[in-house]
Every structure is written in structure tokens, then in C-alpha cells.
Design a protein around this ligand. Structure first.
Ligand SMILES: Nc1nc2c(ncn2[C@@H]2O[C@H](COP(=O)(O)OP(=O)(O)O)[C@@H](OP(=O)(O)OP(=O)(O)O)[C@H]2O)c(=O)[nH]1
Ligand SMILES: [Mn+2]
Length: 179
């Protein structure tokens, strides 16, 4: 087996262990790990991305934000490039939610190309997920607000990956939003 396959399995296993007690917000409580795996899969299968560090960062992208994982831990196990991409897509959970959301819109255009790819795939996964089923406690208005905000973030990511941007544009159009 080639060394990149070994590395991807090592990465997905690390993410699965870190997210093992977490569930998605859908009524069925889908295992959280389905999300990072799906984000990495969007990048490879739909986006044609073969950059192993981007695929690893996609698998790890919510570990620092949502679990006890530290950047130091990622750096020791996966190296500085993967760790930096994850840091770029990590919200500071100590900030109020509104501020975190505003900072994503502000920072998106200044991210590295690698981080922009992960952000595009993360938004595409989450928007498709919202169309498939509404998180527990979310109103239709809250779902629409998420689309409006996501469109603002994605505007700042334009010119990164045509296939993913086209898929996102379709979803925004269905909601009456323009990129
Ligand atoms: N659509 C959907 N999202 C769910 C579900 N379960 C968990 N999430 C996560 O919830 C986040 C979006 O919910 P919000 O209320 O806007 O944000 P918050 O969790 O950070 O407070 C996303 O975080 P994220 O991946 O860090 O992305 P981002 O929204 O911060 O860009 C998404 O992955 C689900 O069942 N459906
Ligand atoms: Mn995510």
C-alpha cells in the first residue's frame, strides 16, 4: 500500500478517536465523524483535490475547535503544514458567536489556498446537510440565515475550485441568494 494511503488512514483514525463521543445536531444524532470524512470526500471526489495535506486537514478540521485536541498534538503527529491549515479554519470558541461568524467573513479572502479548499468543502457539506435535515431546535429562519452567512463567506473564497463553487452556487440560487 502506498504511503499516502497509510497516512490518510492514520489521520481518519485520529479524527474518529477525537470525535468518538460527538454527534451531529440532526434528530438521528449521526456520528460527528461522518462530517469530516464527508468534507474530505467532497474535496477528492468532487473537487479533484489530490494534495494529501489538504485531505488530511479536512479530516482534522474540527478537532481543535470541537475536541480536546491541541495544535501541538497535531504538529507532533501530522507536521506543520497540516496543522497550519487546521488552525486557519478553526474558530476561536472563546469569542461570542456573532463575532466568530463575522471573523469568518472577514478572514476568508486572506486564507491560504489550502485552507480555502477546506472551507469551501465544509460549507458545501453543511449546506447540503441543512437541506437534508434541520438540526434539532433550528427554525426555518435560522436555516436561511445560515445560508445567507455562508454565501458571504463563500464570496471571499471565489476562484479556488470551480467544481465546488458551482455546487455551492446552485444551493445559494435555490435559496434566492447570489454569489
Ligand atoms: N448543517 C448541520 N450542521 C451541523 C449539524 N451538526 C453539527 N453541525 C455543525 O454546526 C455548525 C453550524 O452551526 P452554528 O450554530 O452556525 O455554529 P456553532 O455550532 O459553531 O455554534 C457547523 O460547524 P462547522 O463545521 O465548524 O462549520 P461553520 O458553520 O463554523 O462554518 C456544523 O458542522 C447538523 O446536523 N447539520
Ligand atoms: Mn466543519
Amino acid at each position: 500500500m502506498d504511503s499516502e494511503a497509510v497516512l490518510l488512514l492514520e489521520t481518519v483514525n485520529f479524527a474518529a478517536e477525537k470525535h468518538r463521543n460527538q454527534r451531529r445536531k440532526d434528530p438521528e444524532g449521526t456520528p460527528y465523524i461522518n462530517h469530516p470524512i464527508g468534507v474530505a470526500r467532497i474535496l477528492s471526489y468532487e473537487g479533484g483535490v489530490t494534495d494529501i495535506e489538504v485531505l488530511q486537514a479536512a479530516l482534522l478540521h474540527d478537532t481543535v475547535e470541537d475536541t480536546d485536541t491541541t495544535s501541538e498534538e497535531l504538529e507532533a503527529k501530522f507536521g506543520p503544514i497540516v496543522t497550519h491549515i487546521v488552525q486557519e479554519v478553526t474558530d476561536d470558541k472563546r469569542l461570542p458567536k456573532q463575532e466568530r461568524k463575522r471573523l469568518q467573513v472577514e478572514h476568508a479572502p486572506h486564507c491560504s489556498q489550502q485552507a480555502k479548499l477546506v472551507k469551501l468543502a465544509d460549507k458545501l457539506y453543511n449546506l447540503r446537510d441543512l437541506n437534508a435535515c434541520v438540526p434539532v431546535g433550528w427554525s426555518a429562519e435560522r436555516v436561511q440565515e445560515y445560508f445567507v452567512w455562508a454565501a458571504e463567506v463563500v464570496k471571499g473564497l471565489k476562484g479556488t475550485n470551480l467544481a465546488l463553487e458551482e455546487e455551492l452556487e446552485k444551493l445559494f440560487k435555490q435559496r434566492g441568494l447570489q454569489l
